[in-house]
Every structure is written in structure tokens, then in C-alpha cells.
Design a protein around this ligand. Structure first.
Ligand code: ADP
Ligand code: MG
Length: 735
């Protein structure tokens, strides 16, 4: 019996009860009772550290600095005491290398003293810094140029936590990962720099309005979409196992057209899985808030309450890991790929982003007074200007082989970056544009400010999310970057967004100060620069349907970039403009940027290459054998009917079917061979960018759809019981 039928059998024999109970035994009723119980929170630190160590740790967190060496041993001891009180035996530095998943290398607290007696230790050095074998992580040539080794260093702004899933409990220390000469090799190091750049630039601008602002934090609330499939069926699909997406599979008769999944109740088995991974997330302090079905069958979403950006990024990376692990308990698999199934929606990860001051003001929330509304307007218009000026860099930050399947595929925002702000804010911007003129005086200024303030109530009523098609939408008190892919590390787009915002705000301050120096009153100067920025960036605003063809044409007329594929989109990372942007803001040096560009291209090549290989393998060893066996059956049937003396008309349908099948068999195998040739040619190309382009255009675009079409046709023609690969209707509708 093929794996497919075994999986289908198992599925119908499985008792739901065996899958429903959370296996980790947590039955506490209230979330608050277990929230963050596996996190070294400030309260826990208070309890396990001496006064001195506690103060030192808090000071480092506040200043965003490494912890004091002289305190490291004390802090490490406190953390170990806490961890051991929870039964932890091992620790690891937990980091986010550019491979896209999280990395851990476990070490035991256990060690031997010189006399051979066993002892448990965790010293300051082990807490602060480690040297994982850096050679197995991508460095884009940095290592060759600089220094072979890399090290991880604790980032105390993100608290230590305990992973307690399956066997053993591990203390995880969130770290950055850098080369010995300081080049960043991960997602976190540049993110922290971008957060700091934004803080500095935003505080300066806030101080025009409020002297009490001393700190600005970026905030992120992500929404994670994912698919869930049965483990047995998953295991019978080598393409899912190898690349997280199905390279073959005909649409099932029913898809998402009835929207019955979106509006239906959550399937029991998935519900049990959700509750289980949510519990694990709560213990880790991830504040999950919503869960629901998504549009496509077997597609779901979860989202937390927003948090400080760095922590939110860690929590998303952690969530993806936890989901994957907990799914195994329920004999389910989570698909985080952007496009696991053709013909139905893919998955995204909306990034809701804003900025908050130490005085408790959300800088993207319309204010309560005319003055705070002017501050809101300044930050709002600066965001639009940043996105306008650096749309290409923002696009590059979400470019990946899997996300290419979504962007512009009439289900996700297009590759054109535009901003949706809604009718009322548009009106306000138009007002500012018309009324701020050369003769604009103090009286005009206060009238305009009051008029803006008057329209805020209307605006608040308008903050419903009416345009689902926009890649970058204002949703009342935050911007929502929707083009991010479901498997992405949020740090990549967030590093760029915060950097371009920092750069724009710094320019804004310069421009305003220049006018003030010329003798302009502060608030009038601010209005003038806001007006100038509105005029300079309004072509990035779009209120219509982003999925429409007219928009692609209109965007072209406006001169907005529309780069559909990753190898070209990534070019924007290494333009002179980008190099200057990242160097000026102290995020990436030129070599670091070149290295990242190289790494992204290599990731692209590898992903497309793996898909090509699995396609060839499945076509040759799974699909063709099934098709040929059925072909033989037909041949014998026709032969038999002929021998029995029947007329040609009596086996006309069999003949027709046979011809059809034979045609697809031939096309399938000849295209697979040609694709393998094209891959060989691409592999021979030295230059990484050209190789990526060859993989995109000569391999993927030329062959993948074509090959798939013939395979999918055969799926419809061949006897169902001969077919090895679980079909879409099984993957998507059975659980
Ligand atoms: P909806 O958009 O469904 O009405 P919300 O506006 O509450 O729901 O939030 C959607 C997402 O935006 C949530 O993940 C939430 O945490 C996040 N979010 C809300 N406010 C902010 C903010 N100020 N900064 C960042 N993210 C936010
Ligand atoms: Mg959303």
C-alpha cells in the first residue's frame, strides 16, 4: 500500500480524543496564572539577584548596553539558580542567523572539577559570550574577508527564557551573532542598531512638541498566517517535506470559493493544537490574543498584543519554532511557507508598526489637542515620505523566493509599494498643501491646526481597515506593512522601516531647523516642511484596488518601481543610495550590505534549485510510474477488445484517453530533461546575481509551470488508486 493510502487509513482510524488533550499537562484555567512563568522577568530577577546585580542588569537594559563584566558571574549564578529551580539542565545561546530559522547549541551546566567531582556551573563568560561554529552559517563572503570565527553576545533587552517542550528543558539566552571583527551575521544585531537610530531621530523631532520625551520605542504587532496539514499526508508528499510547498497537485473541486472555511468554526483537531501551542507561548511570555480561520481551506492566523519591536521579533521567531514543535504532538504539520498550495491564497505576516514615547504617547495615533495633532501629522507625513523615498529598499527587505509567489498574484499586495491612508487623512494632507503658502502666518497656522484637530473625530470613525489590498496601510493608530511573507523574520523589513524612518526624521529636523534659523517661528517652519514632504511624496499614496491591472499601469505612469522577482528586487540593497542610507545611520557597512545581498541571492538560488530537483524526482519516480502503469492497463484493454473482434468505435474513448495520457507523459518527461539542462547551465554561472537571474528566468519561469501543468493533468486522468501523492482535497480538507 502506498504511503498515501496508509496515511488516509490512519487518518480515519485516529481517535479525536487522543489528539485533543494538551500533552504537556497544563490545565490552569487562567492565562495570567502561567503567563511568562518560563521567562526571567524583572520580577524574577529581583528575586534571584542581589541588589547590586539586579541594579546593574536593569541599568544595562535601560541603556541598551552589554552587562558589566564584573557583575556577569553574579547574574549568571542567579539565572542558573532560577533555571535549576525549574528543572533545567542545559543552556544555549539562542540567536537568529540569516538562514531564517533560530539556532541553538546546547551545553550542560554539568561539568567536572579537576579532582573528578561533578559540579553544576554557569559562569559570567558563558552567559555573556560564546563561540558557536560560525562556519555553518551564511556570511556572504564576510568570513573570508575578515575573520573566520564568530561569536554570540547576550542582548539583555530580551529576557532569558526556558524552552520546555518534549525532552529536557533548556535555558535560552537571546543573543546577537557577529564576526570577530564586528560584522553582524544575524537579524538581531542590525535591528537593535535601527531601533537605536530611530530612537535618536524621533526624540529630536518629539522635542519640538514636548521636552519631556527622552525615549522613543518602535512597536510591532505581527499577524502570523499558516496552514495545518495531517502529518501522515505531509510525510507522503516529498515536496512538502523538502521545500514546504507542493510543486504538483491539481486544484480540488472545491477551493475557497464558498468562503465556508473563513466563516466556519475552527476544526476540533486544529483547535486543540492551537490551544496547546498558545499555552506554551503564554509560558514564554508571548501575549497571543487572537486566533481564527483564514480564507483558504486549512489556513489559520494568530496574533499577539503588540510589543516593543525587538521583543516582538524574538517572540515571532520563537512562535514559529513552538508551533512546529507542538504540531508534532498532535500529529499535525504547520506550513509557514508563503505559498504551499497553488490556486488558493498564500500566507503573509502583516507587520503592524508604530512608535511610542516614554511619556506614553503613540506617535501614530491622532492626538487629543491641536498641538499633539501636529506632532502626529509630522510623524505620519514623515512615514509616507520615508516609504516614498525608499520604496525600493523596503521592497528588497521582503524579497524571497517563496514571497515571489504571493506579491502580485492577485491575493496579496503587489510588488508595487504604495501607501493607503484613507479619505479623511487625504483631505487633511490636501488642506495643508493648499493652505500653507509663502504668506502663511501665525494666525493661518493656528486656524489650520484647529481645523485639523476638528477633523480628527471623523478620522477616528474612519479608522476601519477598508483597503485590504494595500501593501502599506494606515489603520487608525499604526501602519500595517502587509507585503511581508509568512516565513520571514520580521527583523528584515523592520530594520529597513526603522532605518528609513530615522533617516527621514533626521532630514526633517535639519529642514525645520534651517527655517527656524532663517527666523521662522517653530510651528510655521514645521508646517512648511510638512507641506514640502506631502508634495514630494504624494505619488506613493493610493486608495484604489492594488490588485487591479489599472493600478500597475497607473503606478508605471507615476514612476513607482514594480520589481516582480527577487534577484532584481535585491539590487536595491546595494545601490549607492542604500549604501549611504545604511552607513549614515550606522546599520550596515558597505561590506556588510554586500554580504547580505550575496546571502539573499544564494538563499534564492538554493530554494529554486531544491524545488527544481524535487520536481524532477517526483515526476520521474512518482508520477511517471503511475501514469505508465495506467497507460499499460489501457493498452491491454484496447488490445483485448480488438482481439475479441470489436470495432474501433467500441474502444474509441480508451484510445482517446491513451493518446491524452501519452501526450502528457511525453511532455512531462521532455520538459523535465530540458529543465535539468537549464539547471546545469545556471549552475555553471560564477556571478551570484546572474546565476540567481538564470534560476529565476531560465529555470523557474521557463519550466516549473509547464511541468506542473502536465503532471496535474495526469493526476486527473490516472486511476485514483494508482496515484501516490496525496491530493489537494485530502491535504486541505481532511484532518
Ligand atoms: P484590527 O486591526 O484587527 O482591528 P488591532 O487594531 O487591535 O486589530 O490590531 C491588529 C494588530 O495590530 C495586532 O497584532 C495589534 O497588536 C497590532 N497593534 C495595535 N496597535 C499597535 C501599535 N501601536 N503598534 C504596533 N502594533 C499595534
Ligand atoms: Mg491585518
Amino acid at each position: 500500500m502506498s504511503l498515501r493510502f496508509q496515511a488516509l487509513n490512519n487518518l480515519s482510524e485516529q481517535t479525536l480524543e487522543s489528539l485533543l488533550e494538551p500533552s504537556n499537562g497544563t490545565t490552569k484555567a487562567k492565562i495570567t496564572a502561567l503567563f511568562a512563568e518560563n521567562v526571567f522577568t524583572h520580577q524574577v530577577a529581583r528575586q534571584f539577584l542581589s541588589d547590586e546585580a539586579y541594579k546593574s542588569l536593569m541599568a544595562s537594559i535601560k541603556a541598551g548596553q552589554k552587562i558589566d563584566r564584573s557583575m556577569a558571574n553574579q547574574i549568571a549564578n542567579g539565572i542558573r539558580a532560577w533555571a535549576e529551580s525549574k528543572g533545567v539542565t542545559h543552556y544555549t545561546h539562542w540567536f537568529q542567523p540569516l538562514t531564517g530559522t533560530t539556532a541553538e547549541k546546547h551545553d550542560s551546566f554539568f561539568t567536572l572539577k579537576s579532582d573528578g567531582t561533578a559540579i553544576e556551573t554557569f559562569d559570567g563568560d558563558a552567559l555573556i559570550q560564546q563561540e558557536p561554529d560560525a562556519s555553518s552559517f551564511p556570511s556572504g563572503g564576510l568570513r573570508a574577508t575578515f575573520e573566520a570565527r564568530g561569536y554570540t553576545a547576550w542582548d539583555p533587552s530580551s529576557p532569558a527564557f526556558i524552552i520546555d517542550i518534549g525532552y529536557g528543558k533548556t535555558l535560552c539566552i537571546p543573543t546577537i551573532f557577529v564576526s570577530y571583527t564586528g560584522e553582524s551575521l544575524d537579524y538581531k544585531a542590525p535591528l537593535l542598531k535601527a531601533i537605536e537610530a530611530l530612537n535618536n531621530a524621533a526624540v529630536d523631532v518629539c522635542n519640538y512638541f514636548d521636552r519631556n520625551v527622552t525615549h522613543v520605542t518602535a512597536t510591532l504587532g505581527w499577524e502570523q498566517e499558516y496552514f495545518v496539514v495531517d502529518e501522515g499526508l505531509f510525510n507522503s508528499r516529498p515536496d512538502l517535506v523538502m521545500c514546504g510547498r507542493t510543486v504538483f497537485g491539481h486544484n480540488s473541486a472545491k477551493n475557497q470559493q464558498l468562503e465556508d472555511h473563513y466563516f466556519g468554526s475552527i476544526p476540533e483537531r486544529v483547535y486543540a493544537f492551537m490551544r496547546d501551542f498558545e499555552l506554551e507561548c503564554y509560558k514564554l511570555g508571548i501575549p497571543l490574543r487572537t486566533r481564527h480561520n483564514e480564507v483558504a481551506p486549512a489556513q489559520f492566523e494568530c496574533a499577539p498584543i503588540f510589543e516593543e519591536l525587538n521583543l516582538a521579533v524574538d517572540h515571532n521567531s520563537l512562535l514559529m519554532d513552538i508551533m512546529t514543535r507542538v504540531a508534532a504532538r498532535h500529529k499535525l504539520r504547520v506550513l509557514l511557507h508563503e505559498k504551499p498550495f497553488a490556486g488558493i491564497n498564500g500566507s503573509g505576516k502583516h507587520n503592524n508598526w508604530s512608535m511610542a514615547t516614554n511619556t506614553g504617547v503613540n506617535l501614530l495615533s491622532p492626538g487629543k489637542t491641536p498641538k499633539t495633532n501636529l506632532m502626529f501629522l509630522a510623524f505620519f507625513v514623515n512615514t509616507i515620505k520615508a516609504v516614498h523615498d525608499y520604496a525600493d529598499v523596503l521592497r528588497a527587505s521582503i524579497a524571497s523566493a517563496p514571497n515571489d509567489h504571493r506579491l502580485g498574484a492577485n491575493e496579496a499586495p503587489p510588488a508595487i509599494i504604495s501607501v493607503f491612508i484613507g479619505q479623511y487623512l487625504n483631505k487633511i494632507l490636501q488642506d495643508v498643501k493648499q493652505r500653507v503658502s509663502d504668506k502663511f502666518d501665525e494666525q493661518d497656522e493656528s486656524m489650520l491646526k484647529i481645523d485639523i484637530h476638528r477633523s480628527i473625530p471623523e478620522l477616528l470613525m474612519d479608522n476601519t481597515d477598508r483597503n485590504r489590498t494595500s501593501p502599506f496601510a494606515f489603520t487608525g493608530n499604526k501602519f500595517e506593512f502587509r507585503a511581508v511573507g509568512s516565513s520571514a523574520n520580521c527583523a528584515s523589513p523592520m530594520t529597513v522601516l526603522n532605518t528609513i524612518m530615522a533617516a527621514t526624521l533626521r532630514q526633517f529636523k535639519k529642514d525645520v531647523d534651517a527655517l527656524i534659523e532663517k527666523g521662522e517661528k517653530k510651528e510655521i517652519a514645521i508646517m512648511h516642511v510638512i507641506r514640502e514632504y506631502i508634495v514630494a511624496s504624494e505619488k506613493v499614496l493610493f486608495e484604489g484596488n492594488n490588485y487591479s491591472e489599472e493600478w500597475a499601469k497607473e503606478a508605471e505612469r507615476r514612476g513607482l518601481p514594480n520589481v516582480k522577482t527577487t534577484p532584481y528586487a535585491l539590487d536595491a540593497m546595494v545601490t549607492d543610495k542604500a549604501k549611504k542610507l545604511f552607513a549614515d545611520n550606522n546599520i550596515y557597512t558597505h561590506p556588510e550590505l554586500e554580504a547580505r545581498h550575496e546571502i539573499e541571492l544564494e538563499k534564492y538560488i538554493k530554494k529554486v534549485q531544491i524545488e527544481g530537483r524535487i520536481m524532477a524526482e517526483l515526476a520521474t519516480s512518482h508520477i511517471l510510474p503511475c501514469a505508465i502503469r495506467y497507460q499499460n492497463l489501457l493498452v491491454n484493454n484496447i488490445k483485448g477488445l480488438k482481439e475479441a473482434g470489436l470495432s474501433e468505435a467500441s474502444y474509441a474513448s480508451q484510445k482517446q484517453l491513451l493518446e491524452n495520457i501519452s501526450k502528457h507523459i511525453n511532455e512531462l518527461s521532455s520538459n523535465v530533461l530540458a529543465m535539468i539542462e537549464a539547471r546545469k547551465k545556471a549552475n555553471a554561472i560564477e556571478n551570484t546575481r546572474e546565476k540567481a537571474i538564470a534560476y529565476c528566468e531560465q529555470v523557474k519561469d521557463t519550466f516549473y509551470d509547464k511541468i506542473r501543468r502536465h503532471a496535474d493533468k495526469l493526476e486527473l486522468l490516472v486511476d485514483d488508486k494508482e496515484w501516490y501523492l496525496p491530493k489537494y482535497r485530502e491535504l486541505l480538507f481532511l484532518r
